[in-house]
Ligand binder design. Structure first.
Ligand SMILES: C[S@@+](CC[C@H](N)C(=O)[O-])C[C@H]1O[C@@H](n2cnc3c(N)ncnc32)[C@H](O)[C@@H]1O
Length: 432
C-alpha cells in the first residue's frame, strides 16, 4: 500500500477514537518498515493531527462539502507537506492527484489538484491575515478557549512560545530499571543496535528509535517506557528503604515502580486508584519491574482519613488536564473544554488536602501533574500553603539539563524551554 494511503487509514483510526500512539505502535508492530519509512509515516501522521484545525480551515475555505474522509485526509496530508515539511510542492500535488484519480475518478483527481494549487498560491497570505485578525489560534491549531487560557496565564509572547513548543515532535524514552539492569548495560545495547541517544536524564534515555519496544529487555522489565519528567516526580519523593509510602493516584503504576525501586523493595508501598479495573495495570507493571512490595488498593484519594493510617512519604500525582503531554497525545486538545480544568483543579485540591491529613509530622509529600496550567499547579499549591501553614515547600532535585521555570511557591514547571521532556509540574512539601 502507498505510504500516504497508510497514513490516511491511521488518521481515520484516531478520528474514530483510538489514541494516536497506540494506533501507530500497533501499525509498526504489524508492518516491518525501514527506519526512513517509519520516520516519514510518523511525521505525516502526527503532523496532520497536530495541525488539524489550521488544515481544515484551509480546506473548508476552498470547498463546500467533503463527504469522503479519504479526500479530506489526502488534502490535509498534502497541505501539511507543503507548509511544514519543505516538500517539493509540484510533486506533492501530482502524487495526490494521481492517487485520487486511481481511487475514485479523473474528476476527483482534478478537484484535488485545484484545491491544492489554490492552497499553494495563497496559504502564506492566509497565515498573515489570520495573525492580523487576531486569529493566530487557527494557525497554531488550538481551540480558541485553550489559546485564550494560555495567553491569559502567560501573556501573548510566552504563551505563544508554549503553544508552539507543545507541537514539537516527541522522542520515545526508556528508563533503566536498576532492580534488573544498569545504565552501562543499556548503553552497550544501544550501541550494538545502532540507536542514538538524544538526551539522558539520570536513568532515562531519549532515543531515536522505538524498536526496543519489541526487545527482550523491554519484555523482561529491564527497561520501561517512561518520560524523565514522570520519573523525576517519583525521584523527588526520594523514599528510603523500610519507609511507609503512599501513592495516591497510581495507575498504571509508572511512578509506583520507581518508588519501589528507590525503596530497594523494602518497607510499605500502598498504591491507590479510584477505578478498580486499573489496579490490575499497577500490579502487572510492578510485577514486570520486579517490584514486590506494592499493594494496589481501590480507594478514593479524597477520603484517605478513612483508612486510618499515616505515612512517611506521599506522592500525589494528581489526575489533570494533561496539556504537558500534548506532544505525545496531540489529539487530546480537540476533546476537552474549559470547564474540565476548573473541575480538575477542585479535585486536585481535595486530594492534596486529604493526603496532607495522613502524612506523618516531619513527613514529605510530592505533588505533580502533567499539565502546564497554573490553575492546576502553582495556584493550587499557593491556596494550600495559605490554608495549611504547617506545610512548607522543600528544595527540588532537578538535573542541570532539564529546562524549565520555578514559580513563586517553589514548584518547578518543565516548560517551553525544554525541547525533549514532557511538560510537567513538580513541587515538594514538608509537614512540621
Ligand atoms: C496522572 S494519572 C496517574 C499516573 C500514575 N501516577 C503513573 O505514574 O503511572 C492519575 C490517576 O488518578 C486516578 N484518579 C482519579 N481520581 C482519583 C481519586 N479521586 N482517587 C484516586 N485516584 C484517582 C486516575 O484513575 C488515574 O489513574
Amino acid at each position: 500500500m502507498n505510504i500516504k494511503a497508510r497514513v490516511i487509514s491511521l488518521i481515520k483510526e484516531v478520528e474514530n477514537g483510538k489514541y494516536s500512539n497506540i494506533a501507530l505502535n500497533e501499525y509498526f508492530k504489524e508492518n516491518p518498515l525501514t527506519k526512513k519509512e517509519r520516520g516519514f509515516i510518523t511525521e505525516l501522521f502526527y503532523g496532520v493531527i497536530r495541525n488539524k484545525i489550521f488544515l481544515d480551515y484551509e480546506i473548508d475555505k476552498r470547498t463546500t462539502t467533503i463527504k469522503k474522509d479519504w479526500i479530506r485526509n489526502i488534502l490535509r496530508i498534502s497541505m501539511y507537506q507543503m507548509s511544514f515539511m519543505k516538500s517539493d510542492d509540484k510533486g506533492v500535488i501530482w502524487e495526490a492527484t494521481e492517487l485520487a484519480k486511481k481511487k475514485f475518478s479523473v474528476p476527483v483527481g482534478k478537484f484535488i489538484n485545484g484545491v491544492l494549487r489554490s492552497y499553494q498560491r495563497e496559504w502564506q497570505e492566509d497565515v498573515k491575515e489570520l495573525k492580523e485578525q487576531g486569529k493566530n489560534y487557527i494557525y497554531l491549531s488550538y481551540p480558541k478557549w485553550f489559546y485564550n487560557k494560555i495567553i491569559s496565564e502567560y501573556g501573548i509572547e510566552e504563551g505563544e512560545l508554549y503553544l508552539t513548543s507543545l507541537k514539537k515532535i516527541p522522542y520515545i524514552s526508556f528508563r533503566v530499571n536498576t532492580l534488573k539492569y544498569s545504565n552501562l548495560e543499556f548503553e552497550k545495547l544501544l550501541q550494538e543496535k545502532g540507536i542514538e541517544i538524544i538526551k539522558k536524564v539520570d536513568t532515562v534515555y531519549y532515543v531515536d528509535s522505538g524498536v526496543l519496544l519489541y526487545s527482550d529487555e523491554f519484555k523482561e522489565g529491564k527497561i520501561i517506557v517512561q518520560d524523565a519528567s514522570s520519573y523525576l516526580s517519583a525521584r523527588n519523593l526520594n523514599p528510603k528503604s523500610n519507609e511507609s509510602v503512599l501513592d495516591t493516584c497510581s495507575a498504571p503504576g509508572g511512578k509506583t515502580a520507581v518508588l519501589g525501586e528507590l525503596m530497594n523493595n523494602t518497607g510499605e508501598l500502598l498504591a491507590l486508584d479510584i477505578y478498580p479495573h486499573k489496579l490490575k495495570l499497577i500490579e502487572e507493571n510492578c510485577h514486570k519491574c520486579g517490584v514486590t512490595i506494592v499493594k494496589p488498593v481501590k480507594m478514593d484519594a479524597r477520603k484517605l482519613k478513612e483508612q486510618g493510617k499515616k505515612f512517611d512519604k506521599i506522592l500525589v500525582d494528581a489526575p489533570c488536564s494533561g496539556y504537558g503531554v500534548l506532544r505525545k497525545k496531540p489529539e487530546a486538545i480537540y476533546n476537552k473544554d474549559v470547564e474540565n480544568v476548573q473541575e480538575l483543579a477542585k479535585l486536585q485540591f481535595e486530594i492534596l488536602e486529604s493526603a496532607s491529613q495522613v502524612l506523618k509530622d516531619g513527613g514529605e509529600l510530592v505533588y505533580s501533574t502533567c499539565t502546564i496550567l497554573k490553575e492546576e499547579n502553582g495556584e493550587n499549591i499557593k491556596k494550600f500553603l495559605e490554608k495549611y501553614p504547617e506545610f512548607k515547600t522543600v528544595q527540588l532535585y532537578i538535573p542541570e539539563n532539564v529546562n524549565g521555570t520555578y514559580d513563586s511557591v517553589g514548584g518547578f514547571t518543565v516548560d517551553y524551554k525544554e525541547d525533549i521532556l514532557d511538560g510537567f509540574y513538580i513541587v515538594k512539601l514538608s509537614k512540621k
